[in-house]
Design a protein around this ligand. Structure first.
Ligand code: PLP
Length: 491
């Protein structure tokens, strides 16, 4: 056991990689980081010899040193050997000069499957020696919820409560969650927006009475949100795998730099890319792409993070976020691991809703990061432009990242991270193509007619499945709902 992880806000609060996965959040509200992770880089020559699962074993083995090689192998095989509908898992395709990395071939057609298919295995592996159970609490703006439910469904020693903003997810996302089967799953709609859900879940993790109640029931509360290192670390893998594919396809030579454009909400996905870079992946730039909730665009351009602005509902709802939780881990490395500084910024964010990292850190950040955002109208135009030129249909999240990549494609190879299947957002996608006034289900089938990728079966069948979860809560009723679910675990 090596206590290599610690809180971003306090180096004294240490954990090994198993504890970090089970706890999710550090006791002081900080996030677990491994200060020395960059000291033993990943061997790129070795990466070139492997496929996705082999790269996963290399990366996870490095970042989760308390797991044995056999345990990692078991987790990787459980997650990735059968559940994906593309033999490459995350194929890269050239779309008009941009290298599009498709992360939506998993069981729920969204990129969160990349991590949430493996997290339950990592948690069960971390629990092995104990008779405890883990209760996952997840706030979701749409896609995470289903991916987490699907990952944890009927996994021994685990259970899951998912909270999503009532009326603020797409109809397909709603049905994906409300029809979820499993003897260990609970799903709740919460009045408010995603930040309300997420703030309340964060508070409840810190709530002593609730934790005590859970403990007496032999339940440990944990998180499947992207703050958990078990979510973050599996995402590092596809950055290496995309690079491997570019080398194999002779787009680049081994060792050459590439850029990544990442549609961003909680900053988890792009942070995983930054981790890959810390581990030796040659990256020139990260383009952080946002929708009209452009708090990160402003931050990267000015060094001032200011969440005091209206929350805007967009057609890329998984990016409708004003507090990007995982940014804290980036700040930790940006500030040369100065925990006090990170804690101070996070305190300012809590008290005033803003902080300023100052000129020196801003310049340092801008060496590696650039940012841009698109309005809904611009997003629709990009979808249309790409379809007209190539026949490829992008989902709204992906279109935002694609455009940022497209603008920089003459400066060197750019990978645009594609985070969802267009089928998950069929109506808006068709609206972009001037096909309007269809309901979401008609749109799904219409899109199937014009798109070259076939409609995934798991989406096609949703319309017919019975609704199993209908409860709508206020944020102050979430506590009670969790207690009830904990109580039921050992029935
Ligand atoms: C979650 C999500 C994002 C944003 O990813 P982060 O890790 O939160 O930055 C982008 N697109 C889709 C489709 C998502 O589900």
């Amino acid at each position: 056991m090596s206590l290599n992880y610690q809180s971003t806000r306090n180096p004294e609060l240490k954990a090994d990689s198993r504890q970090a996965i089970l706890k999710g959040l550090a006791p002081d509200g900080g996030l677990y980081v491994w200060p020395d992770m960059a000291k033993s880089p990943v061997d790129l020559d070795q990466v070139m010899q492997e496929d996705y699962m082999g790269i996963a074993r290399i990366v996870l083995g490095k970042l989760l040193p308390d797991f044995t090689e056999d345990e990692i192998k078991e987790c990787v095989e459980g997650a990735y050997s059968e559940k994906f509908d593309d033999p490459l898992l995350t194929p890269v395709h050239d779309v008009d000069g941009v290298h599009v990395l498709e992360l939506f071939h998993g069981p729920t057609s969204a990129f969160k499957d990349m991590a949430l298919t493996i997290l339950p295995y990592l948690m069960r592996s971390a629990l092995k020696q104990s008779d405890e159970k883990v209760m996952i609490l997840t706030a979701t703006s749409g896609d995470t919820g289903k991916a987490a439910l699907s990952g944890f469904q009927d996994v021994d020693q685990t259970a899951i409560c998912v909270f999503y903003p009532h009326g603020k997810v797409s109809d397909i996302q709603y049905r994906q969650m409300a029809t979820q089967k499993g003897n260990n799953v609970a799903v709740f709609a919460v009045n408010g927006n995603f930040d309300d859900c997420q703030s309340r879940v964060k508070e409840l993790f810190m709530d002593e009475e609730l934790n005590e109640f859970a403990k007496q029931n032999h339940v440990r509360l944990s998180s499947a949100n992207s703050i958990n290192i078990g979510r973050l670390i599996p995402q590092v893998v596809y950055y290496f795998d995309a690079y491997r594919q570019l080398v194999n396809n002779k787009v680049i030579k081994l060792g050459e730099e590439v850029s990544f454009s990442v549609p961003t909400g909680n900053f988890g996905d792009v942070l995983a890319g930054y981790y890959a870079n810390l581990l030796g992946l040659p990256v020139r730039k990260f383009y952080v792409a946002s929708n009209s909730n452009n708090v990160l665009t402003d931050f990267i351009k000015t060094g001032v993070y200011d969440k005091n602005r209206p929350f805007i509902q967009t057609i890329s709802p998984s990016m409708d976020i004003l507090i990007s939780s995982n940014l804290e881990r980036f700040l930790y490395f940006l500030a040369d691991q100065d925990s006090k500084q990170v804690a101070a910024w996070m305190e300012q964010l809590k008290q005033e809703g803003k902080y300023d990292i100052g000129e020196e850190y801003r310049k340092k950040m801008q060496e590696k990061f650039d940012a841009d955002f698109l309005s809904d109208e611009q997003t629709l135009q990009v979808i249309k432009k790409v379809y007209d030129r190539t026949g490829v249909v992008l989902d709204p999240h992906t279109a935002i990242g694609y455009q940022a990549a497209y603008q920089h494609k003459d400066e060197g190879p750019v990978v645009a991270v594609s985070t969802a299947s267009p089928y998950k957002f069929s109506r808006d996608v068709l609206k972009a193509l001037n096909i309007e006034d269809l309901d979401e289900w008609e749109a799904l089938h219409k899109l199937d007619e014009i798109n070259s990728d076939i409609l995934p079966e798991k989406l096609a069948e949703l319309e017919e499945l019975p609704i199993l979860h209908e409860t709508v809560l206020n944020a102050d009723q979430m506590d009670e709902a969790i207690r009830k679910a904990c109580g039921e675990l050992y029935d």
